[in-house]
Design a protein around this ligand. Structure first.
Ligand code: ATP
Ligand code: MG
Length: 293
């Protein structure tokens, strides 16, 4: 875990995409939630690789959070053996601070820590949504980036993470059910008032020869595809080698090029941008929430 709130050089700060004036940076880190409403689209693959790429060998501080509470795969994907998990945050409810959250983390590599899913699937239901919000709020004060892996469902934890997110990485693959679910997801994000400039649509396995093409996808979704990831053995190998990132810096930059606070990614000198959500009554669930495929 990095030291709390590093003081930035007064004139410029190191960011995810280069150097920028300190006055353009924000105090808090950026929360990036990776989501797809259909299972197996590659959420864990993208979240783990993105986290490794962002940490860049310790250049930046990143915490990867596994909110797939019942069937989280981050630990296995990154070959980690946790003794504590997000379930242990419940006992510290309402008084979580950086030291408390730090005690729950499992380190992965320089710059990259993880907060893993409960060790017992049954513990998932015991975790109140408010605890998830509390944990994420503490983490984003401590890290340059908080990357959130999610289950394929609009669980309340997912909605809590979306609420706190600066960037929404939304995945689809080249099949009609995945695209249908992504379309529903985009409608929901619109309904909730999450700004479109924060959406990053990523097409995974984009080279699959299944009769659907990028142009069809963009036409169906009515939004541009920010990044494409081909099917590759390197992807599975990145998992088998404890997640050595296969992401190119171009893909990482593409994911970071969104969000209201404009891609700075470092916590530094000036206050955070206003909340991302544009308008929504608190705790209102969307019509499709819970309707997982
Ligand atoms: N671009 C790719 N090329 C090759 N294999 C991939 C690619 N993306 C994902 N995979 C593989 O597909 C499988 C499913 O990926 P992953 O576990 O990341 O999906 P998920 O969306 O997290 O699934 P779940 O909804 O079950 O959590 C994994 O075995 C992963 O290694
Ligand atoms: Mg997963």
């Amino acid at each position: 875990m990095p030291s709390p709130r590093r003081a930035a050089a007064p004139w410029r700060c190191r960011t995810a995409i280069g150097w920028m004036p300190a006055e353009e940076a924000t105090v808090e880190g950026r929360v990036i939630t990776v989501f797809a409403a259909k299972g197996g689209c590659g959420k864990t693959t993208v979240a783990t690789n993105l986290a490794v790429a962002l940490a860049a060998g310790g250049t930046r501080s990143v915490c990867l959070v596994d909110l797939d509470m019942s069937f989280g795969d981050v630990a296995i994907a990154m070959q980690l053996f946790p003794t504590r998990s997000i379930a242990d945050a419940v006992a510290m409810r309402d008084k979580l601070d950086e030291a408390g959250v730090r005690s729950l983390l499992t380190p992965h590599s320089p710059g990259l820590d993880t907060l893993l899913a409960p060790l017992e699937p049954g513990d998932a239901e015991k975790i109140p949504t408010a605890v998830v919000s509390e944990v994420l709020s503490v983490l984003r004060r401590s890290y340059d980036f908080v990357v959130v892996d999610t289950p394929p469902d609009f669980k309340d934890w997912v909605l809590a993470a979306l609420d706190l997110s600066d960037v929404y990485v939304l995945l689809a693959t080249l099949d009609v059910p995945a695209l249908k679910n992504l379309r529903l997801t985009l409608d929901m994000l619109d309904l909730l008032g999450y700004p479109r400039e924060s959406w990053q649509i990523v097409l995974n396995r984009s080279d699959s020869k299944v009769g659907l093409h990028l142009a069809d996808v963009e036409k169906t979704l009515k939004v541009p595809i920010a990044a494409q990831i081909p099917s590759s053995r390197a992807v599975s190998m990145s998992i088998n080698r404890a997640c050595r990132s296969y992401w190119s810096s171009r893909t990482t930059r593409s994911v970071l090029r969104s969000g209201p606070s404009q891609s700075n990614g470092s916590r530094a000198a000036s206050p955070r941008a206003p909340p991302r959500r544009q308008a929504r009554a608190p705790a209102q669930r969307p019509p499709h929430a819970g309707a997982s495929p």
